[in-house]
Design a protein around this ligand. Structure first.
Ligand SMILES: Cc1cc2nc3c(=O)[nH]c(=O)nc-3n(C[C@H](O)[C@H](O)[C@H](O)COP(=O)(O)OP(=O)(O)OC[C@H]3O[C@@H](n4cnc5c(N)ncnc54)[C@H](O)[C@@H]3O)c2cc1C
Length: 262
């Protein structure tokens, strides 16, 4: 279609059910533009730890999380996390996924189930609960501390058999329980893919775009707007704002360019 000016606003590759399948990246490359590596962002994470599927459907409201890339902390947050049949999701997980930028790295999540209590305070709290429930099996003595669905899977992360009577627990076993509650570790996490990602990270390289007009620096009359660009942000309206602002700038500039050439 011959035209005086064109705006590419075809969205990202994520959530193709909405109609955006990533065509714009091909259009950009055909015009000589560089497209940076695409990856799903704001997406749930897959995790092989059976604890996740055992707790599927369980939402934890006020937990702390820390994301590790090859053992190095890269992100921390506080809020709501959801276990799924394949891994973890929920607001803090979606935000964490935005920081999984490396193509091949080991990603792990550490979950602090009791962020309001430091280790010593939590240990005293566990001790108090156990004194009140001294003849119970440990799996039945955690009712004041953990939701029912999480008790047995969490014990499986320690060396404590669920049937162990509370009064037979060693100090070291209690310490391992406190550790599991303060730093439950989920390893080998991977983003679940473009189909379920709220946004696509990566896209048309910004160095080749004029930020005032969204005009291509390579092809006169060509403009880009929205998620097709190498621009993404957290949830909370920021991605929509990116689309609105770049769309307004690109549309205004493209119209002016076309009128100029009449
Ligand atoms: C489930 C979900 C929830 C979201 N929630 C939020 C939120 O709460 N806050 C937030 O900020 N962002 C949110 N986003 C992200 C936000 O919606 C997108 O970043 C934003 O819509 C991108 O706008 P866009 O115009 O660039 O692309 P899109 O909105 O994807 O629009 C692209 C359009 O181009 C069309 N198209 C694609 N290829 C072609 C082609 N070859 N020819 C013709 N037309 C084509 C598509 O059909 C589509 O209509 C959410 C996304 C999803 C999927």
């Amino acid at each position: 279609y011959p035209c005086a000016a064109a705006v590419v606003a075809t969205g990202g590759r994520s959530y193709p059910a909405t109609g955006s399948t990533g065509d714009g990246y091909g259009f950009a490359e055909a015009c000589g533009h560089r497209v940076t590596r695409l990856r799903p962002s704001l997406v749930s994470l897959d995790c092989p730890n059976p604890l996740c599927s055992a707790c599927a459907g369980l939402t934890l409201k006020n937990v702390g999380i820390r994301l590790y890339e090859n053992g190095r902390p890269v992100y921390s947050d506080f809020g709501e996390l959801l276990f799924t049949h394949t891994g973890v999701s929920g607001p803090v997980v979606l935000s964490a996924s935005a920081h999984m930028r490396a193509e091949s790295a080991e990603y792990a999540l550490e979950i602090d189930l009791k962020p309001a209590l430091d280790r010593e305070t939590l240990d005293r709290r566990v001790l108090r609960d156990f004194e009140e429930r001294r003849n119970k099996a440990v799996k039945n003595a955690l009712d004041g501390l953990l939701p029912a669905a999480l008790r047995a899977p969490l014990l499986a992360e320690t060396d404590i058999a669920p049937e162990t009577p509370v009064n037979a627990l060693t100090r070291a076993q209690r310490a391992s329980l406190v550790s599991a509650m303060k730093a439950l570790r989920l390893s080998s996490l991977t983003p679940s893919g473009f189909d379920n990602a709220v946004v696509t990270a990566g896209g048309v390289a910004l160095s080749e775009i004029d930020p005032k007009t969204m005009a291509s620096k390579l092809v006169p009359g060509l403009y880009f707007a929205g998620e097709v660009l190498d621009l993404d942000a957290y949830t909370g309206g920021f991605n929509l704002q990116i689309a609105f602002s770049t769309g307004y700038a690109a549309g205004t500039a493209a119209a002016a360019y076309a009128l100029d050439r009449r």
